[in-house]
Design a protein around this ligand. Structure first.
Ligand code: MSP
Length: 492
């Protein structure tokens, strides 16, 4: 039996103190595209996302609106699930840190850290940023505020348990050296390596005052620090340590994270795994941030963009396409509807939609044989598209796919099939329809609904990456709606 290659991809699990915004949607769409791309390669994919429901941040948010933390978590976690459904996210599981299957794994994980001599009791004196759920030392603060988000920090002085993170300095540096793509993209690795080389302090892993948390299994007076709890989700969803999912899918092939939580995933997470003798992930990819109107999104600024609303005003696929095409994955960028509209009207309406429309209109008119020889694939650079996708260069892959789409449009302009007859017409149609079949496969990971509509109109089944070569045309064309409508209304 041929064994399928497995592919395990994760998103961070999202805090439930606020509804999903375009930042969360961005990571989730990227993970979805990767999952779908690897399914196109016939791999056995497991795609995980979920919600991070414990901690002071959630406790405070719930109190502020007179809800219980669990009540708030249930409500917002459901909003995330609904949003992902709307955005055609194809996750295989959705983990919640309040799931019993998760909390029992957290307890087991901590027992193993302790068995390995990596947990000790001490006193924590320092600062805590509630929005980031992060401990900071006096030296790390910037003007007395959180160096990450600039907000106020609270002084914490309490008895606490620590994880011996410092013990893993050498092993972490070796991991980065031996696996250069573990820290991705390469531009982000120097900052991590330098910080790990400089100093690695032990990590406080319990909070006494924060009771909306998993109870610390070694001492009933203490509660597990939310980040330790949260990171373990990647294991608990696979039923670590003995579950068949764990055996099949571990380690993660790609873990996507925003740059602000790279440290937790690239340093703390592999060290924790080393302690319990579990293989670290193969790649942690930290991507950049979307600003809106040049500013960080925040409730107080009132510039938080709701992805579901954007999808309602345009389309899910227009939004999915835009966020991955507009900026390189890894860079920062500004979200604007004007830019989204330009891409919809140009690339989606004028290039892709127009090409399909031309092809199906011609094919319906012409009743003869669709056959001939390939005249267009010189502009289909499959190896380059695959190389971009291997490096998570979504925008590069899309740009290459568009090179092909535009070249097929130019081919039609040059060959003027409406002036041709018989065999010559059959040949141009063959090139057009086979190209569209291939394009539909290539865009399917990015725009699943668009690809499905293309297949419906072309009268073909969905294919795999290996089908991206010219074959015998076997479709049965039936013209349908335009793939994308031109946006004419002015921006409000
Ligand atoms: N709960 C933690 C993660 C725990 S993972 C074990 C957390 N949650 S979060 O709700 O704040 O979501 C963080 C993730 O959302 C970021 O890593 C990033 O993927 C995404 N983004 C949040 N805001 C963003 C932008 N403005 N732009 C792009 N992505 C951003 O941190």
């Amino acid at each position: 039996m041929v064994r399928l290659k497995k592919f395990y991809v994760t998103t961070p699990i999202y805090y439930v103190n606020a509804s999903p915004h375009i930042g969360h949607a961005y990571t989730t769409i990227a993970a979805d595209v990767l999952a779908r791309w690897h399914r196109l390669k016939k791999q056995d994919v497991f795609f995980l996302t979920g919600t991070d429901e414990h901690g002071e941040k959630i406790q405070t948010a719930a109190e502020a609106i007179g809800k219980t933390p669990k009540g708030l978590a249930d409500e917002v976690s459901e909003k995330f699930r609904e949003a992902w459904k709307r955005l055609t996210i194809s996750n295989d599981d959705f983990i919640r840190t309040t799931d019993a299957r998760h909390t029992k794994v957290v307890a087991e994980f901590i027992r193993r850290l302790n068995d390995n001599g990596d947990i000790y009791k001490g006193e924590y004196v320092g600062w805590y940023c509630i929005p980031d759920e992060t401990f900071w030392t006096q030296l790390q603060l910037k003007n007395g505020r959180c160096p990450e988000c600039g907000r106020e920090v609270e002084l914490v002085k309490e008895e606490a348990y620590f994880f011996r993170l410092s013990k893993y300095q050498e092993r972490l540096l070796r991991l980065y050296e031996e696996n250069p793509s573990f820290l991705s993209p390469p531009s982000r690795s120097p900052e991590i390596i330098t910080r790990v080389q400089e100093e690695l302090k032990d990590l406080c892993v319990t909070r006494r005052a924060v009771r909306w948390a998993v109870q610390f299994p070694l001492d009933g007076q203490h509660y597990v620090y939310v980040w330790l709890d949260a990171l373990i989700n990647y294991l608990s969803a696979l039923d670590w340590p003995n579950g068949s999912r764990f055996i099949k899918y571990w380690p993660p092939d790609v873990q996507l994270v925003g740059k602000e939580i790279n440290w937790f995933h690239s340093v703390i997470w592999p060290a924790l795994l080393m302690s319990v003798s579990v293989e670290p992930p193969r790649k942690v990819f930290s991507h950049g941030w979307w600003t809106v109107g040049g500013e960080k999104m925040s409730k107080s600024r009132g510039n938080v963009v709701d992805p579901v609303e954007v999808c309602g005003r345009y389309s899910v696929d227009a939004f999915r396409y835009f966020v991955l095409r507009e900026m390189a994955f890894g860079d920062d960028g500004d979200f604007s509807e004007a830019a989204l509209r330009a891409r919809v009207n140009g690339e989606l309406v004028a290039d892709l939609g127009n090409l399909l429309n031309r092809a199906v209109t011609l094919a319906e008119k012409y009743e003869g044989k669709v056959q001939g020889k390939d005249e267009v694939t010189v502009n289909l650079h499959m190896e380059e598209i695959k190389r971009c996708m291997d490096l998570l260069g979504f925008h590069g892959a899309l740009a290459e796919i568009w090179v092909f789409i535009r070249s097929v449009n130019s081919y039609v302009n040059e060959r003027r099939p409406w002036k041709l007859r018989d065999e010559e017409l059959g040949n141009v149609l063959y090139n057009l329809l086979e190209s569209l079949r291939i394009i539909s496969i290539l865009v399917s990971a990015f725009m699943p609904e668009t690809s499905a509509e293309m297949n419906r109109q072309l009268g073909i089944q969905s294919g795999f990456l290996e089908d991206c070569t010219f074959k015998t045309w076997q479709g049965n064309v039936r013209k349908g709606r335009l793939l994308f409508e031109k946006i004419r209304t002015p921006l409000q």
